[in-house]
Ligand binder design. Sequence first.
Ligand code: ATP
Ligand code: MG
Length: 396
Amino acid sequence: MNEEKILIVRCGEVALKGMNKPYFERILAERIKKRLAMSGFGSSQVKRHEGLIFVRFPKDWEYEDVAKEISKVFGVASISPAVEAESNLDAIGEEAVKLMLELIEKRGITTFKAEAKRADKSFPITSPEIAKIMGAKVLKGCKVLKVDVHHPDVLLHVDLRHDKSYIYTDKLPGFGGLPLGTNGKGMVLLSGGIDSPVAAWMMAKRGMIIEAVHFHSYPYTSQRAQEKVEELASIVASYTGDFKLHVINILPIQEEIVKNCPEAETTIHVRRFMMRIAERIAEKTRSMMLITGENLGQVASQTAEALVVTDSVVKMPVMRPLIAMDKVDIMEKAQEIGTFETSIEPYEDCCTVFLPKHPTTKPKLDRIIESESKLDVEALVEAAVASENIIEIKGL
Ligand code: ATP
Ligand code: MG
């Protein structure tokens, strides 16, 4: 009788990274360990073994609870609850029968198909033969079951390895991607909308550590609007772990713009300032790039022309992971990661405070630079950066 439960974690894309593979696997295992420790499953044992990660934990914990935490770790491709057996066909067969009897009772399965893999190529029997032998043993031990090679209720996997072998049926998907911390650091411009939290999440999924900056126009925007952003940041942090949220009141800049520049250009000017300020904060915090939730053509400030004009004020690369996505797909992603419901709460954003009635959709860079020359850009940026308020966002 097994005294512990086992989850096999597969590292997906990590497996493709050739030379880097052990490095990614090591970080992934550490991330899993950390996540389990933070969610009350700290006494689990996390071990890498022959390209897989094995998580062992006490028998009275539910597979689902532990797997749910692991599935949130970027770099995890899939997870299977597994049973362990000595690497001989009788022992494996015995465990396989036990597992199938359990599934007959729990799920009322009536058909199955056996599949086998040999990590240990020195094992004298080939994989198809092992599968056949397992199939026969299960049929003998579970009289109600039949083999169905096309549409089985359950796929019975046997993974034959050197020391021990593993038997499993279910594969729960992870998000894939790469482990956090394997791809630099980015500064996300986080609004209270649907898009930017998704953008942050997508970059983090590629291994990027993130930090965030948020602009408000208090007292035109409310305290509650800022709390909403903190809430969104916390949801993102439930995947990425703790991070800093830099909060900046952009109202003094907006007022200068409204006073000195053509009304139709207001949003474009504000966005140029946001990018400059975000870049300064990124430099200070050693972020390598900026991240926004911009999406081509979604609003006046995100036409191709407008993006050129906002981009030109910064040197850092600007990542726009949503640029070519359709809104419905972005919304679906927001649902999936859990930010959607918070994002749609109706609180005002600083961009809507001085929204022009007829915003320029095709701004010309020289015209914008011309009207901006009436402002003391450097002084405004410096003052904004100096007034930042840092909030520690907690991951779990
Ligand atoms: P979102 O749903 O992310 O708010 P949006 O469709 O409302 O996007 P805009 O408000 O024009 O689009 O903003 C485009 C991007 O600029 C946002 O995705 C975000 O990265 C950044 N941004 C906008 N407003 C703010 C803000 N108040 N603070 C920080 N970043 C912002
Ligand atoms: Mg917005």
